[in-house]
Design a binder for this molecule. Structure first.
Ligand code: GRF
Length: 203
């Protein structure tokens, strides 16, 4: 009988969250079966990180499919073949269609660099900074059909101090992300998340 959760991380870019999750796995903080990386970007730095940690990585080129549905069908095929139970989006820049979200209902997590529902979408850190917010933060949530809108699992605030530069805020946000995402994944792995409508109870 399979007892451990197999994790797929979907990422398109730098991969610092990917690395934070892998480190948490290596340290034994996250107890999983296996972990794979799937990326849609050939040159994404996250692929180097996967190689460094000897994590199986699969590049699926969206351009080689006739449409999004076919591309996502390929993703589903890979997830099924690899027996994936949990998907963590970590800077994955494609919007998943309702077909994909439904297929993995309540099994897809995302991390977003703001306190949702404020500053959803792209450039969230910069937008909160330029808005003059005194507080922003990080959100980990379940993925639903609307972008950055699924039930919230955890949030952590980050304060924007007087005179702080944007790059300092970015660093602070990323450091916060690297702690928060493994925590949220751990709760999922331990079956401690109960979705009740928009609310996620931590039991
Ligand atoms: C993170 O800020 C995450 O919140 C957002 O995309 C960024 C990915 O960064 N969804 P990295 O590739 O993990 O370094």
């Amino acid at each position: 009988m399979k007892t451990k959760t197999n994790l797929a991380i979907l990422a398109s870019g730098n991969g610092s969250n990917f690395e934070a999750i892998i480190k948490a796995v290596k340290k034994g903080y996250l107890s999983i079966g296996k972990c794979i990386l799937i990326t849609d970007k050939k040159d994404a730095y996250v692929r180097e990180r996967a190689k460094k940690y000897k994590i199986k990585e699969i590049f699926v080129d969206p351009a080689s499919f006739k449409n999004k549905k076919e591309y996502e069908k390929k993703l589903v095929e890979i997830h099924d073949k690899e027996k994936i139970d949990l998907i963590a989006l970590a800077g994955y820049m494609k919007i998943l269609s309702p077909f994909f979200v439904k297929y993995f209902k309540n099994k897809i997590l995302n991390i977003h660099p703001s306190l949702l529902p404020s500053f959803s979408g792209k450039d969230a850190i910069e937008n909160a900074y330029n808005y003059g917010c005194k507080i922003t933060g990080v959100t980990v949530h379940f993925v639903s059909n609307a972008v950055d809108s699924g039930p919230i699992i955890m949030q952590k605030t980050v304060s924007i101090e007087e005179g702080m530069q944007l790059d300092e805020l970015e660093n602070k946000i990323h450091k916060t992300e690297h702690k928060l995402y493994p925590k949220a994944i751990r709760l999922f792995l331990k079956n401690k998340l109960k979705i009740e409508g928009r609310r996620v109870k931590i039991i």
